[in-house]
Design a protein around this ligand. Sequence first.
Ligand SMILES: Cc1ncc(COP(=O)(O)O)c(C=O)c1O
Length: 489
Amino acid sequence: MADPEQSTTPYVDALLAYSALDPGRFQVPGHKGGLGADPAMRELVGDVGLRNDVPSVTEGVDIGPEPTPFQQAQLLAAGAWGARRSWFLINGASQGNHATMMALAHMGSELVVQRNVHSSVIDGLVLSGMRPTFVAPEIDPELGIAHGLTPASLEAALAATPNAVAALVVSPTYFGACADVAALAEVAHGRGLPLVVDEAWGAHMHFHPDLPQDALAAGADLVTSSTHKIVGALTQAAMLHLGHGDRIDDAVVDRCVSLVETTSPSGLLSGSLDAARRMAAVHGEALLTETLAAIGETRTAIREIPGLDVLDERMIGRPGIAAWDPLRLAVDVRGTGSDGYRLAKAAFYDAGIDLELYTTNVVVAIFGMAEPRAQAERLVAGLREAVAHLEASPGSPDEKLMPPPPWGELVLTPREAYLGPQEVVEFDAAAGRIAAEGLAAYPPGIPNVLPGERLSAETLEYIHESVAHGGYVRGGSDRALRTLRVTRA
Ligand SMILES: Cc1ncc(COP(=O)(O)O)c(C=O)c1O
């Protein structure tokens, strides 16, 4: 380990020292270190958790001589991930995407965005008021899932958006596909623009040489990282990392992170980031070596289950895939004659295993950075049992579902549509109107409609058909999709 400082956890130590001091607590939170906690809360969080539930603005933790333990912890995170500066986020990678959009809005009003971004990026567009030019990811015609963006697609979108101030892409995908981030950065930088990467799923990649290159190392300028996902900080805890170029002002990012953050960040969440950073920086390579070996064996065992196959490095070279992250164990279920939805339900109810994601053709099991081997064995046994319980479905829905129609013209910015005058109309009467909310049919989950886009009869028909084929739709305020929120002329 190059930097011995990485073995320390200054923020966690400061919290523990504060608790050990056992001061009379005459500040928030009102449970006073657990003295005033309901028994159910004690059961849920435990005495230790309650004692260490220390808020921000605490002497010796995040106020006092600088760098405070909180600042030291963020400096260590920047060192560990190779960033110019890192911010702890206590509202997930979603907060990182919101802050990113607000920061980019300081530079101008237009940007290029990969179409199948997480909803938090769209929410960031609503918050910031920026006008996006969307770029389609590569869709896998066999599997019906989306991969990354190609450099050529990005180049074309930037050429069509001369006032763009940045480009935002997603890599890795939920399934493990990594785009050629270095080439994408080259394209953006060639026009003097920063490349922003939503690397929510890739916080672990920096810590093992056999994993795909992480976005910062590939030249990205600002990277959202969902540290709670695979590296394993507490749920909700994430980071935003600034690259070493000078295309984005760190003071601007800083004020935008504050803008979208509570004034009472949880010490437990921030402390979990400090601890997860140490684990990744000090032990990450060794832990990942073991986890990768377990994944290798698990892949082999899953392939031996009749009807199942595993998506792996053989995917590299398909459009939009330059590398593969194995910590998402993506299983192709087409050979079972059933579908991912049924398999995931059987896995949960009949075999006691909870999978992260399911689409028509693929289910995904997540491996943590330090996955115990016994867990991997449980996955294989559970999948075997689930397959045995599966009912065959009458053909794969994707075979019958028509391809999605082109998305509608962006008439208003997402912010104008979301906040402007609006009304609720019958779903079937919405064609021709401008959407005030987004809709994404799963699978594959690429938004069919975003706020500000004109709704076409074909798109509404597609969404309807997608539900009829067993899919589901996210985004609408009426979850039953009887009505839609549209702008009022
Ligand atoms: C690509 C991507 N970005 C951002 C997020 C948001 O992450 P969080 O849940 O940490 O807010 C997710 C969540 O799944 C995601 O998949």
